[in-house]
Design a protein around this ligand. Structure first.
Ligand SMILES: N[C@@H](CCC(=O)N[C@@H](CS)C(=O)NCC(=O)O)C(=O)O
Length: 209
């Protein structure tokens, strides 16, 4: 099994943190996104959608999408539980994870990819070249602010985002918060619950993965 990876890519980081939490060691192959290696024929033959993370199984099966990769790894290494337990627990983790993806990660993608020079003409990952839309960057930044407020409120009631246990929702939110720095959006010092949680999850050894 090998993971096509790039250190600075937020979606790849989600998988690296997940595997670190699980204690899974994966062979990794760096696809240098800074050098646009994902657009070269060699990598396109692996993943025509030109994105990392991409997991290649020993039988040659290719799995793309960070959450699909995490789901696969979770099946082969169920402990520790990161997708919740039981009908209610799994649904609650899924609910918070989806919110962190849609309200956090996607907002960060809009803010970063529609503003910084490097993504000119490449505002969307994938085979189609899209121009930047500055208004989307502005809306993304505003949405990140709302996302941080929502998390701060939630974390006033709960040690972790989905409840008493660390989960994939925490991984997604941590990665989004660090990604938001590229759009110069940072958590407020007044968001004390969010700051407390951020210090906690950032201190886990997996956070450096
Ligand atoms: N929905 C995909 C998104 C993958 C994605 O956007 N990957 C980015 C890195 S974080 C990428 O490979 N970008 C290549 C590009 O910008 O051309 C997932 O969750 O894995």
């Amino acid at each position: 099994m090998k993971l096509y990876d790039f250190k600075m890519a937020p979606n790849a980081r989600r998988v690296r943190i997940f595997t670190a939490e699980k204690g899974i060691e994966l062979e990794t192959v760096t696809v240098d996104l800074a050098a646009r290696e994902q657009m070269g024929d060699d990598f396109k033959a692996v993943n025509a959608r030109m994105a990392v993370p991409t997991l290649e199984l020993d039988d040659g099966t290719i799995i793309t999408e960070s959450v699909a990769i995490c789901r696969y790894l979770d099946e082969i290494q169920p402990e520790p539980v990161l997708f919740g337990e039981g009908a209610k627990g799994k649904a609650i983790v899924e609910m918070w994870h989806r919110r962190c993806e849609l309200e956090g990660q996607v907002a960060c993608g809009d803010a970063v990819r529609n503003s910084i020079e490097f993504f000119k003409g490449r505002a969307v990952t994938g085979p189609t070249n899209f121009e930047q839309i500055p208004a989307l960057a502005e809306r993304g930044k505003q949405r990140i602010g709302w996302f941080f407020e929502m998390l701060d409120e939630r974390l006033g009631d709960s040690p972790y985002i989905a409840g008493v246990d660390y989960s994939i929702a925490d991984i997604c939110a941590l990665v989004a918060i660090d990604f938001a720095k590229a759009a110069k959006v940072r958590m407020s010092e007044d968001a004390v619950n969010l700051q407390r949680w951020y210090a906690d999850v950032s201190a886990r050894p997996s956070a450096t993965a």
